[in-house]
Design a protein around this ligand. Structure first.
Ligand SMILES: Cc1ncc(COP(=O)(O)O)c(C=O)c1O
Length: 471
C-alpha cells in the first residue's frame, strides 16, 4: 500500500467508521464470544507473502468485529467509559498521518508547545489555579507512577535512583482502602513494596479516608523509624466513586512535609462544571493531580492529563540526558519525555486541541450534566422498586445497587446472576464490585452518544431482570 492507495482506503475507512457508529445500537454491547473463539480462527503463523487489503478488511468484519465489546456503544454503562468524540477520532487520523515521536522539543516543537497550551486550557477549565503545569501521559497509571517515584526521590533527598533502596529507611505511602489498583502497581514498580502502602480506613457517604487515622499512622511510622513519603488521595474512586476530604488530607500532609497526589482519573473530567467542584475542595494544595480526558471528556483513548505543582521535582526524578538526547542551542525549552516514564511520546495534544475547540467547554459541560442528571433519575426510579436496593448513592453519574432480599448470601447470588444475565442479553453492559464485602452492580453513564432513551432502556432491562429473579 502506498499513499495514493491510502487516499482511497482512508476514505473507505471513514465511511466504515460512520457505518459502525450508526449501527451500534443494534449490536450487543458486550462481546458474546467465548474464550478462544477468535484465536481459533487466526492462522498460527504470519503470512510469508503479501495478502490483498480486501481480504484483510473482510476478515476484520467477519472474524474480529464479532469479538469486540463496543466501548462506544451508547448503552455502555460498565467500568468507566473511554468515550471518544468523533472529532477526537478524526484528530487521531491526523496524528497517525503525521506519525511524529514527540519526545523532545526539537523533535516536534509545535507538539510540545501545543501540549503546554492545551494542558493550560484544561487546567483552567477544571478550576485549578495558575501555578500547576500540565503534561499529557498515556494513562493515569503512568501519572501515578511518576508521582510515586517523585515522592520516593523527594523523601530520599534524591538518592534513590543512584543508590537504590536497600540501604535506605523504609518508605511509607498512605492511601485509603478505596483507591484504584494503579496505586498498588506504582508502589510495586517503584520498589517500595505493597507492605509499605498504608491503608487508611474510609467511611461516611463518600467513603473518605479517616484523617484521624491518617495522622495516627504517620506518627506511628515515624516512631518506628520509618520514612513517610507521601499521601495519595482519590476523587471518584473506581468502585463506588469514593472521594476523600482533600482539604483535611492536604492539611495533614503539609504539616508532615509529605508529597500529595490526587487520583481523579474519572471524576476530574466532570470538574469542568463549577457546580461539582466542591468534590475536590482543597485540591489547589496538592503536589500533583491526574485526570483522564480519555474517560469522560471525549478524548479518544489514550489521553491522561497530569498536573504538577513543581515540575522540577519530576524532572529531577526522571530526566536522563545522554549526548544523543541533548538539545544544544535550545536551552530553557520543555522536553516532555523528561516528565514521563517512556522516552517516545505520541502527539496526543492534537486531539485535545481538536476536542476543546470543536465542542468548547460549554458543549462538554452539557454532556456531563446530562449523564449526571440521567443517572440520578435512574437511581430514583430503581429505588422505588421493592426488588432493588440502592447500596451507594450517585457520586456524579455512578451509583451501585443489588437485588433486594433479606438473606445476604441469596442477595449476592441473585445480584451475580442479574449482572451475568443482563450482559448475556446484550442491550446494556454493567459490571459488578463489592461494597463492605457484598456484591453490588455499578451503574454509570458516560458514553459520548448516550441519550436519555438509552438510560430508559437500562431501567427496563434492570427492572425486568430484578422482577424475574426476585419475584
Ligand atoms: C480512579 C481510577 N484511577 C486510575 C485508573 C487507571 O486508569 P488508566 O487506565 O488510565 O491507567 C482508573 C481506571 O479505571 C480509575 O478508575
Amino acid at each position: 500500500m502506498d499513499w495514493e492507495d491510502y487516499r482511497k482506503r482512508g476514505a473507505e475507512a471513514a465511511a466504515w467508521a460512520a457505518d459502525y457508529h450508526a449501527t451500534l445500537r443494534d449490536r450487543p454491547v458486550r462481546a458474546q464470544t467465548k474464550p478462544g473463539d477468535i484465536l481459533r480462527q487466526l492462522p498460527d503463523q504470519a503470512p510469508e507473502e503479501a495478502e490483498p487489503l480486501d481480504d484483510i478488511l473482510s476478515d476484520l468484519d467477519s472474524t474480529i468485529m464479532p469479538g469486540m465489546t463496543h466501548w462506544q456503544h451508547p448503552r455502555f454503562f460498565a467500568y468507566f467509559p473511554a468515550n471518544a468524540a468523533p472529532v477526537s477520532v478524526l484528530a487521531e487520523a491526523y496524528i497517525s498521518a503525521i506519525a511524529a515521536n514527540c519526545l523532545l522539543w526539537q523533535t516536534s516543537p509545535a507538539a510540545t508547545e501545543l501540549e503546554t497550551r492545551v494542558c493550560d486550557w484544561l487546567r483552567a477549565g477544571v478550576g485549578l489555579p495558575d501555578g500547576f503545569s500540565g503534561v499529557i501521559q498515556d494513562s493515569a497509571s503512568t501519572a501515578t507512577l511518576c508521582a510515586v517515584l517523585t515522592m520516593r526521590e523527594r523523601a530520599l533527598d534524591w538518592t534513590g535512583n543512584r543508590k537504590g533502596l536497600s540501604s535506605q529507611p523504609r518508605l511509607r505511602i498512605y492511601a485509603s482502602t478505596e483507591v484504584h489498583t494503579s496505586i498498588d502497581r506504582a508502589i510495586w514498580i517503584a520498589g517500595i513494596g505493597e507492605e509499605n502502602l498504608v491503608r487508611i480506613p474510609a467511611g461516611g457517604r463518600t467513603r473518605a479516608m479517616d484523617p484521624v487515622a491518617l495522622r495516627r499512622a504517620i506518627a506511628e511510622d515515624r516512631a518506628a523509624g520509618h520514612l513517610p513519603a507521601g499521601v495519595i488521595a482519590c476523587v471518584g474512586g473506581t468502585s463506588i466513586g469514593a472521594t476523600d476530604d482533600l482539604a483535611a488530607v492536604m492539611e495533614i500532609a503539609q504539616e508532615e512535609g509529605l508529597y500529595t497526589h490526587v487520583d481523579a482519573a474519572w471524576a476530574g473530567a466532570a470538574l469542568i462544571c463549577p457546580e461539582f467542584r466542591a468534590l475536590w475542595t482543597g485540591v489547589d494544595r496538592a503536589d500533583s493531580i491526574v485526570l483522564n480526558p480519555h474517560k469522560w471528556l471525549g478524548a479518544q483513548f489514550d489521553c491522561t492529563a497530569h498536573f504538577i505543582r513543581e515540575p522540577e521535582d519530576l524532572v529531577k526524578t526522571l530526566a536522563i540526558q545522554p549526548e544523543y538526547l541533548k538539545t544544544h542551542g535550545a536551552d530553557g525549552v520543555i522536553n516532555y519525555s523528561e516528565w514521563s516514564v517512556p522516552l517516545g511520546r505520541r502527539f496526543r495534544a492534537l486531539k485535545l486541541w481538536f476536542l476543546l475547540r470543536a465542542h468548547g467547554l460549554s458543549g462538554l459541560r452539557d454532556m456531563i450534566r446530562n449523564h449526571v442528571r440521567w443517572s440520578e433519575t435512574l437511581c430514583d426510579k430503581l429505588a422505588a422498586l421493592p426488588q432493588i436496593e440502592i447500596v451507594t448513592p450517585p457520586i456524579l453519574s455512578l451509583f451501585t445497587f443489588r437485588i433486594a432480599t433479606d438473606d445476604p448470601a441469596e442477595a449476592d447470588a441473585l445480584t451475580q446472576r442479574a449482572v451475568q444475565e443482563i450482559n448475556d442479553e446484550g442491550r446494556i453492559y454493567l459490571t459488578q464490585t463489592r461494597v463492605d464485602g457484598r456484591l453490588v452492580i455499578r451503574f454509570q453513564a458516560g458514553a459520548w452518544t448516550c441519550e436519555e432513551q438509552d438510560v430508559d432502556v437500562a431501567y427496563d432491562v434492570i427492572r425486568e431482570t430484578a422482577l424475574r429473579l426476585a419475584g
